[in-house]
Design a protein around this ligand. Structure first.
Ligand SMILES: *Cc1c(COP(=O)(O)O)cnc(C)c1O
Length: 224
């Protein structure tokens, strides 16, 4: 299995305007370097300390996207280099990211993670929670975060119609939130959805980022 070939095969299927995030969580730096040497620059990780380690050891021009659940006390491991945080699911977390970003003189791009699957194991906001957050006084004071769009994780299911329904719903929420709160913000344009098993559906339903791990790097072994 050649990592670069896998990436090229996926990229050949993606329309213009859809960015591939190579999800390298749990994978060794040598695997990332194979992808890098084939031209891939955008990578996704879901653990802050793991991302920090890889960022320190790997080339400077890699764009690191944080896609996992982020604990406030771990923000410090990623804040000074992260390209985008896909998983903001509370005002408290966003305010903490803002505070840390201000401390290193950055404005950090963020997405709100929306709960589209309603699976107990997953995180994310409802549409109502997001509206309340965006209308809060605190939100208006956050000058060191830039909200670029929404992210969602589809259900674990073989039912592709269910997955499609969830992705459609995320896109509808995106359109509605954009209209209501970000109409004059051209950078609010991203929809992050789709993984190895469902990225084809996500692309059809309007994804601008797909997050693909196993199809590029092979199955993950969490026992290591
Ligand atoms: C692991 C992970 C992915 C990639 O999953 P694959 O099925 O291996 O493509 C995408 N998004 C998130 C949030 C993940 O945690």
């Amino acid at each position: 299995m050649d990592i670069s070939d896998n990436i090229n095969a996926i990229k050949a299927q993606l329309p213009e305007g859809v960015t591939l995030i190579a999800v390298s969580k749990t994978k060794p730096e040598a695997d990332i370097m194979q992808a890098y040497n084939g031209g891939q620059r955008v990578f996704g990780e879901n653990k802050a300390q793991e991302m920090k380690q890889k960022h320190e050891n790997l080339p400077e021009d890699i764009q690191w996207h944080f896609i996992g659940h982020l604990q406030e006390n771990k923000i410090k491991y990623i804040i000074n280099y992260v390209t985008m945080i896909h998983s903001v699911d509370s005002l408290k977390l966003l305010a903490e990211i803002n505070k840390r970003a201000a401390m290193c003189n950055r404005t950090v791009d963020c997405l709100f993670e929306m709960d589209i699957s309603h699976e107990a194991s997953k995180f994310g906001l409802s549409r109502e929670e997001l509206c309340m957050l965006l209308e809060s006084e605190t939100f208006k004071t956050l000058g060191n975060v830039r909200i670029c769009g929404l992210m969602g994780i589809g259900s674990i299911t073989q039912d592709r119609n269910q997955t499609r329904k969830e992705f459609k719903q995320l896109r509808e929420m995106f359109v509605c939130i954009k209209e209501k709160y970000f109409a004059d913000k051209p950078y609010f344009k991203e929809i992050s959805m789709g993984m190895t098993g469902d990225y084809d559906i996500a692309v059809e339903e309007g994804a601008t980022f797909v997050r693909i791990g196993s199809k590029i790097f092979g199955q993950r072994n969490y026992a290591v």
